[in-house]
Design a protein around this ligand. Structure first.
Ligand code: 3H9
Length: 707
């Protein structure tokens, strides 16, 4: 029997004494205002219906409920609020059971915590991940989770945002039992009927005793407060989570719920929430590219790699971790031994840390073959070239690949700036050639720029995106140009940093300002980590084509000429005594900077951290706009994701283009025009930026889904 309901996303059906309420809001049953309304109505109707003895809440499909509908944040709130709904569930006069399959996250878990009993299927994933969106649980999570799991476990759950599995949820008392199978409705009904047979009544989470040991709870809260102050680096919501848990000890339940709501709404209003939610959707949107829609990926069951250096080995590990067999080719036996050793080193590290067994390592390495003969690639589906960055060397490799690879094999290059159209032209099959730009260390860094040359066929691009998914990478589609999206923009804001240095700020002040903005490291620290010689080689390569009128800062060259290449040589822009990993400022570097200033007659001036960041970000955004306008990046969000996953851009700011929208494009353009008075060649406003400002639009207007 079905109870009449006006809701299209929540349906109710009686099964004997139990009213089953199903939340059906694909794809993940997110809690929209319609879900809140429907759920509240359904619970109220069931409470009032004498024929109903117990209530069961389930989600349709593979998930319970993935949380509040993130797309609704920032819009005018519609009643009822989720806390009201959860309170109404808990207040119910009949036992309410939640049966959890798949995700019960955020508001989804809060609905389940409002219920009186919870059963989880084995694939259940529970969590309060709001912190990752700049939020905190806002519908009773901070008051109910600690009452069940205790303060410490609840704080860990909320501050990490991690998902936990059914078994752990049982041990934390967040659920009362586990069930086999995949049928949440059947498991929930069985539990509800069992409870009715036992005469079990309502059992409200608000009355649970997880905080009974107040001293232990206070100690856990104090520890979390201290830890959060140290680790949260300018994030807004973590400390609010700690304070919300503290309220449980100091205030009655109703008051704690009210305060939680107020703090939640403050988080909703914060720009960090907007930045983090932009990042959440952007990292899903990047995979939606025209080629992936237009074509099916080719079969992908094996991978070949040319080159066993750091990059080749890291890519090999990524492919092995994705379950693929890997054939690596190097020019001689010594190199192939070194390549194998580079791959094994990664797994040995895991074994040493107890994260992998020796048997598991052996099983992975059984899928790895090394060879000095290109013929070993005859049967592979996709080859990635990771040899020295030299166009002629790469062309020679591709000629060999063209000769030995089977028809239809995808031929990829890991170049980070070279002309892939030229590489493709060195083969007889340009339609099969694509760029796969991994970032170092390739087995760790999530970003994968998929570079699309002019003649590549759509199914090859689709195959590259499929590979990224298997490798759990975040793929961004990029067009061919020097440096693609990331390194091209990096080159420009790095230049801005050099100008700021020559004009008066020390490299240490610049790094500090950049860290203050939220980056883990500043640009000069990054140079020292990567090795100054790499940038030096690039500068030498570009010297011949550099505009002679363009300002060129020679400080880095002076540093490199002394053999100071950064951490690996014990000094670069910083000093690293006795192999230290954190550098110390170096008066000799400051003297080099001074000498360069004097040579050019520059009188150094002071820069505040804010002034440094305005220039740094204006340079980044301006070049980002050019990259979008030229179609090198599909949309501004592709630039954002590139910087979030490849360059350490602070996630809570959403990426450089989102940041620009937050500041206001008119303001950024005004800054660029002001800076242009000193150096009109470098600070040339991007036409797209000017156009958007003239039209009163921002970058987000260009982020529409790809059709
Ligand atoms: C919250 O609950 C606040 C409350 O405490 C208080 C309220 C008062 N909303 O990731 P997928 C979309 S905050 C809207 O590709 P998977 C997603 O964009 C929320 N849409 O699949 C994608 O759309 P499209 C706390 C959502 O299987 C599609 O669903 N909850 C939401 O790899 C499939 O997603 C969270 O933070 C949402 N909440 O992973 C959980 N969630 O197809 C966030 C997903 O158009 N979600 N979508 O690209 C997740 O972690 C994963 O999506 C999940 C599934 C694990 C559920």
């Amino acid at each position: 029997m079905t109870t009449p309901s006006t809701s299209t996303v929540v349906r109710s059906a009686r099964q004997g004494d139990v009213l089953c309420i199903t939340i059906d809001n694909p794809p993940v049953n997110a809690i929209s205002s319609a879900v809140r309304r429907g759920l509240k109505e359904a619970v109220e109707a069931a409470d009032a219906d004498a024929a109903v003895k117990a209530i069961l809440i389930v989600g349709e499909g593979a998930n319970f409920v993935a949380g509040a509908d993130i797309r609704e944040f920032g819009q005018a709130p519609q009643p009822p609020s989720l806390p009201e709904v959860c309170n109404r569930i808990e207040d119910c006069s009949k036992p309410v059971v939640a049966a959890i399959r798949g995700a019960a996250l955020g508001g989804g878990l809060e609905i389940a915590l409002g219920a009186h009993y919870r059963v989880a299927l084995h694939d259940a994933k529970l969590g309060l991940p709001e912190v990752q969106l700049g939020l905190m649980p806002g519908a009773g999570g901070t008051v109910r989770a600690p009452r069940l799991a205790g303060a410490q476990a609840a704080l860990e759950l909320m501050l990490s945002g991690l998902h936990i599995k059914a078994k752990e949820a049982l041990s934390l008392k967040l659920v009362g039992r586990l069930a086999e199978g995949e049928d949440a409705l059947a498991a929930g009904l069985a539990y509800a009927n069992e409870l009715l047979a036992q005469g079990a009544g309502v059992r409200r989470t608000r009355d649970a005793q997880g905080l009974a040991d107040r001293a232990a709870a206070q100690a856990a809260i104090d520890a979390a407060r201290a830890d959060t102050a140290k680790k949260s680096r300018g994030l807004f919501s973590p400390i609010k989570i700690v304070e919300a848990v503290q309220n449980n000890l100091d205030k009655p339940f109703e008051e704690a719920v009210k305060l939680e709501r107020e703090a939640f709404l403050a988080c909703i209003d914060s720009p960090q929430r907007a930045g983090l939610i932009h990042a959440f959707f952007a990292e899903r949107e990047v995979a939606k590219v025209p080629e992936a829609k237009a074509a099916q990926p080719r079969a992908l069951n094996s991978v070949g790699i040319v080159g066993g250096g750091t990059m080749g080995a890291g890519i090999a590990v990524s492919a092995l971790d994705a379950g693929l067999p890997v054939v690596m080719v190097e020019r001689d036996q010594v190199s192939i031994d070194r390549g194998r050793a580079n791959v094994e080193k990664v797994y040995d590290g895991l074994v040493a840390k107890g994260r992998m067994t020796a048997e598991a390592k052996a099983a992975v390495m059984a899928r790895y073959t090394g060879s000095t003969d290109y013929a070993a690639f005859a049967d592979v589906d996709l080859v990635i070239e990771a040899v020295f960055e030299d166009l002629e060397v790469k062309k020679a490799v591709f000629k060999e690949l063209d000769r030995v690879c089977k028809a239809g094999a995808v031929l990829a290059t890991n170049t980070s700036y070279l002309d892939i159209d030229a590489i493709a032209a060195s083969t007889s099959r340009a339609q099969d050639v694509v760029g796969l730009h991994f970032f170092s260390p390739a087995n760790i860094m999530k970003l994968l720029e998929i570079v699309v040359p002019a003649k590549v066929s759509a199914d090859v691009v689709a195959t590259a995106f499929a590979l990224a998914k298997r490798m759990k990478k975040v793929p961004v589609r990029a067009g061919v140009c020097d440096g693609f999206i990331g390194n091209r923009i990096l080159a420009v804001y790095k230049q801005a940093a050099d100008y700021i240095m020559e004009d008066g700020a020390s490299p240490y002040e610049i790094d500090e300002a950049v860290r203050g903005f939220g980056y883990p490291m500043g640009p000069f620290q990054v140079t020292d980590l990567a090795g100054g010689d790499i940038g030096w080689a690039t500068r030498k390569r570009r010297a011949a084509t550099r505009d002679p009128k363009a300002r060129y800062v020679e400080v880095a060259d002076r540093v490199c000429e002394r053999g100071w290449f950064g951490q690996k040589t014990g000094r670069g822009f910083y000093l690293y005594p006795q192999g230290a990993r954190v550098g110390q400022s170096d008066p000799e570097v400051l003297a080099i900077v001074d000498a360069e200033r004097q040579k050019k007659g520059i009188v150094p001036r002071k820069f505040t951290a804010e002034e440094i960041m305005r220039r740094y970000m204006a340079a980044m955004v301006n070049e980002g706009a050019k990259v979008v306008a030229e179609g090198i990046a599909l949309r501004p969000l592709d630039v954002d994701v590139t910087f979030l996953y490849g360059y350490g851009f602070p996630r809570h700011r959403g990426g450089p283009m989102k940041y620009a929208d937050t500041v206001g494009l008119a303001k950024i353009l005004e800054d660029i025009r002001t800076f242009a008075q000193e150096d009109p060649l470098f600070w040339k406003p991007a036409p797209l930026l000017e156009k958007l400002v003239a039209e009163g639009k921002d970058f987000s207007s260009l982020n529409q889904p790809q059709g």
